[in-house]
Design a protein around this ligand. Sequence first.
Ligand code: ADP
Ligand code: F6P
Length: 320
Amino acid sequence: MKRIGVLTSGGDAPGMNAAVRAVVRRGESLGMEVFGITNGFKGLVNGEIHRMTSSDVGGILNRGGTLLFSARYPEFKEKESQLVAKEQLKKHGIEGLVVIGGDGSFRGAQALSDHGFPSIGIPGTIDNDIAGTDYTLGFDTTLNTVVEAIDRIRDTAGSHGRVLVVEVMGRDAGDIAIWSGLSGGAESIIVPEAPYDLHEIVAGLKSGFSKGKNQGLIVLAEGVMSADELIEKINKIDDSFDIRGVVLGHIQRGGSPTVRDRVLGSSFGVKAVELLNEGASGECVAFVDEELTSNSFEDVFNTLKHSSNIHLYNINKYIN
Ligand code: ADP
Ligand code: F6P
């Protein structure tokens, strides 16, 4: 394989730049020419394709966001767009593609692979919701951002004897809430993967205050409900709390990647290029038990994201 392309798609995630850098540099070291595609599948369909060299990716390892830009482009679900994309790649002599993104982006990559165009995925999403990998790119940085915010919020909650509901991202997955809730000392964590009892949560908060706690923290995954909705429900059960909600929003997605995400991005990028070079397609790289590996898209789509993190949810219950 002499020419490969790389794009980032879906929500940006810290570490995407590290992965792009690794794709370009490993590609070059294998004697390939590497092309960057801007604005995800939208840019691919529109032919936004340019040559990238090692020097183009200098100084980006520590930068959040994605220098290739990203886009949500639902039109890519249609076969016509996919075939136009394939033609654009062929026009530039590109023989293989690395797609960095989440589940949706992998479906786009799988479609190209099904049309006979070699494509490999790199799991890049803060949500950690891709089956077959312990971690996705960006998850660790997001956790550190969220926990820093929670620490600050707790200072204020404790100074005022308040209950604070912190709504975090994750789409349908609760991993961000579980890890940040456990690290931030949340009295309760509410996630889509586990049943919750609001009466029990309220009783827990009351008992905490009666034992001398001066704050209550609930970390809520956005996939369950909004902070406002939760506060309304709690007030219906007991309106004696001084309760506030914080929606962390997009602050969770940006920022310089942590060491872990830089290492993960670099490793994923190298592995993806090596897979293409070996003739693989329809696969995505993964990190399992501290080892780099890969899975077929098919397996990823057919496996519900393991809730391996649910044991952390239980640990939090025992100690808060
Ligand atoms: P993520 O990749 O983070 O899950 P999205 O779900 O928004 O983010 O998907 C990113 C992009 O991937 C979409 O905007 C679209 O271009 C493409 N995509 C999503 N689903 C499909 C699909 N079923 N078939 C082809 N392309 C898809
Ligand atoms: O997939 C990443 C993510 O940040 C989710 O956690 C969130 O639900 C969604 O993207 C927000 O998307 P947007 O930035 O398009 O509003």
